[in-house]
Design a protein around this ligand. Sequence first.
Ligand SMILES: O=C(O)CCC(=O)C(=O)O
Ligand SMILES: [Fe+2]
Length: 398
Amino acid sequence: MYDYKAYSACTPHSTHSKNETMSSTPIPVVDLRLWSDGSPADRKCVASELTEACRRVGFVYVRNHGVSDDLLAEAFTWAKKLFDLPREMKMLAPHPPGTSVHRGYSWPGLEKVSQIIYADGDEERQVESRRVSDVKVCLSISFSLATFFYLPDIPLFSFLYCSCESYEIGSEDFAQQPNVWIPEDVLRFTTAFYWRCFEVAKELLRALALGLGLDDEDFFVRFHSGLNNQLRLLHYPPVEVEKLVKGEVERMSAHSDWGTVTMLFQDNGEGLQVEDPNQRGHFVDATPMNGALILNVGDLLMRWSNRICYIHMLRSSPDYLKSTLHRVTLPPLLRENGVSGKSLMMQSRYSIPYFVAPDPTTIVGCLALCADGADNSPRYPPITQQEYAKMRARGQYI
Ligand SMILES: O=C(O)CCC(=O)C(=O)O
Ligand SMILES: [Fe+2]
């Protein structure tokens, strides 16, 4: 884990001790402290930094975010406790069949994080082709994204077996997506944690609105009552390193998130990678950083801000927010040093993503200030959150 002590540009240097150094990570780091207690100018600085990071990379480490270390430690303790339960107990709260309800326990292999990416970025087509393709493929059939990148009509497959187990929790007041409870105190804690995360999410949405140049800091918050968010406890069980090296199993394949933003908490298990914004198909490590959460832009925020993907982006970059592909795979040390000893096992990894989504009937259309001329007209038709989620969910659960 990075022992990261670097500062964001907005933080006065005098508040840092002499031996603080900048991290070598290509993923930017933003400190929210001055967002919470700084002057209007400080807040603007933090907002611009955060937005710029989301524009350049789509992923950013956020420090001083407001979820305390103790609360996070407790969240991971509960997650571990939950996944340590015998399978029969976990199966008392199974993820319902089909794609309409996304709650409860998903056992390893249930979720197929599969994304077919046409280089022309046509999402409708991506989803349709995923539907007719065999999503029951269990082992990795992945083609290099980079190889096919410049060929808009050739589908880029990423069908992978997701070897994680997860537990999805929503708001207890959202009738469309009822929680699937299991008889454990863990769920009482996670509900409180869910709403604490939402408080942080609202601040991040405010900063992004300001950073984008919207007059109304609450613009995004108005579409987010919090009811439609999702807290996911994730466990990647131990896996033979050799299988990961050979690509027979992937912990989680490359995908983008569907919502507005995701806040991700990781334990110190490495392996999360993010697509390098300057090199399609090339991934960089998003190593866990002490005390920082990772914020990433989801598809809906990308659509709001009119960011186009892939091939178009190379022609003309509208310079807005980017929903970046990411995956979970081998940690850097194992990649670099290879594996000796066939039976080497990679340890469990736990993570807790909090997916922030607008309310289901919210119409997500290009913001007026992000469509500022002939070269930057709206690229996506307006779509409601529920339509978009339905489209994306069709390939994910079988
Ligand atoms: O486990 C992680 O670090 C990433 C999880 C993730 O990307 C997801 O659940 O969408
Ligand atoms: Fe994700």
